[in-house]
Write a protein that binds this ligand. Structure first.
Ligand SMILES: Nc1ncnc2c1ncn2[C@@H]1O[C@H](COP(=O)(O)OP(=O)(O)O)[C@@H](O)[C@H]1O
Ligand SMILES: [Mg+2]
Length: 261
């Protein structure tokens, strides 16, 4: 074990507030998600002052874990860590090809994941600049993305719409249409995985998240992805007894003006 990793491990103990099992670098108490490089990445981010302590899991998804980080000043940060081992490279390749912002020359899986995470960061920057209500991106390094923590002052994350029904679904739906329209026309991106799992109920206002797979509007698969997003939203919001259809949504998001050809 080289010195760098030992240092990173020590730091992880501190980050997790837990003891490591000595002698076996792969047996870390409660930290199966961290491989050596991820550890080093977290260590670097901590050194740069972006976070001090990792304080519990917010979500364990198919490809990424979202954790709550605490900074020295006691404020929170969301830490999204893409697991190298369980990433869907085929999907990543499919979405990244055809995006003029990314020129992937190598077939290296690790590099592809890093580009994928970078894509989420840049998509968030772009949306944030376009005034779409998304978590503010803070920084990105390798497979770790740091975001504004969306929750209350004492560190409880707000829930997604899937888990926290809006009090006034009709009103919430209209706000979602407003944000989605900005997403498409000002951010010039198609989300690609829009669902109640990826919309946070932020004090009864929809906040769209999870934009790693989002593609630029002139991407060859943009239209297909948008049609799928529309169908998903129709199906999911029907539960709230709203009088909606894909045509009505298309009208609200000004579908006809999105694609030039
Ligand atoms: N910035 C954030 N602040 C608080 N919670 C978040 C934040 N981003 C994501 N989450 C939580 O983590 C979950 C997973 O995040 P998401 O970006 O959708 O990743 P995945 O690719 O695993 O679906 C979300 O459903 C939400 O509950
Ligand atoms: Mg998600």
């Amino acid at each position: 074990m080289d010195d760098k990793i030992t240092k990173a491990d020590k730091h992880l103990e501190k980050l997790e507030g837990q003891k490591r099992i000595k002698g076996d670098e792969n047996k870390r108490v409660g930290s199966e998600i961290f491989d050596k490089q991820t550890l080093e990445t977290l260590y670097k981010l901590a050194n740069q002052g972006y976070l001090d302590v990792l304080n519990g899991a917010i979500s364990t998804g198919k490809e990424a874990n979202v954790l709550k980080g605490v900074k020295k000043d006691g404020t929170f940060v969301a830490v999204k860590i893409y697991r190298i081992s369980t990433s869907d490279f085929k999907k990543m390749q499919y979405y990244i090809q055809g995006d003029p912002r990314f020129k992937i020359r190598s077939n290296n899986k690790r590099q592809l994941i890093f580009s994928w995470v970078n894509k989420e960061f840049r998509n968030l920057q772009r949306l944030h600049t376009a005034n779409v209500f998304v978590p503010k991106p803070i920084t990105v390094l390798n497979n770790v993305l740091l975001l504004e923590f969306i929750g209350d002052d004492i560190g409880n994350p707000y829930q997604t719409v899937k888990h926290q029904n809006p009090r006034n679904p009709q009103d919430f739906f209209e706000k979602l249409m407003y944000e989605w329209k900005k997403f498409l026309h000002d951010g010039k991106l198609v989300h690609g995985d829009l669902s109640t799992y990826n919309i946070i109920n932020n004090n009864e206002y929809p906040m769209i998240i999870d934009v790693s797979q989002s593609v630029v509007i002139d991407h060859i698969i943009a239209r297909e992805l948008l049609n799928r997003d529309i169908n998903n939203i129709v199906n999911e919001f029907k539960k709230f007894n709203l009088n909606i259809s894909s045509d009505k949504i298309k009208d609200k998001i000004d579908y006809g003006r999105i694609f030039k050809n």
